[in-house]
Unconditional design. Sequence first.
Length: 180
Amino acid sequence: MNHDSIEIIVDKDIRLKIVGIEDAESIFNTINNERKYLEEWLPFVEDTRDISYTKAFIENSTAANSSNFTFTISYHNHFAGLIGFKDTDFDNKKTEIGYWLSESLQHKGIITRSCKALINYAFDKMDMNRIQIKAAEENQKSRNVAERLGFTCEGIERDGELHSRGFVDLVIYSLLKAER
């Protein structure tokens, strides 16, 4: 699938576009300024010490052979966070949605609305059959997103993600095309 120039208009407030190198500064500055908030649930934050790490992430995300599709989230035309498809498996028609949002923009429905748009995109444009969301067991905000979207809780991936404080268990949620 081509990573270039995909743009999804979620609604009058929110726009998703494939990440580009021109987004590196906004992404890095948000991570750097909100480090304490973001690193609680995002293990990569600790390693993101300068903009070169962010640029490398963007280059890897947009490489032709990448199974990830990362979008910037714009809210009122300002950078708000990232959302995207992870570990997309076209042979088995499944993908995972991952996301993070700036702390100041929490509780506005931005992630839920953005996820709905990506769900539609995955089922309708990418011909996916299964979408999953994984959230740390104690990350209730992220778990609430999956539950609001009608995802089914399938179980726990024990020690599923390594953070600086050790391994955390992940709750696995899924939505099938036939269920939406």
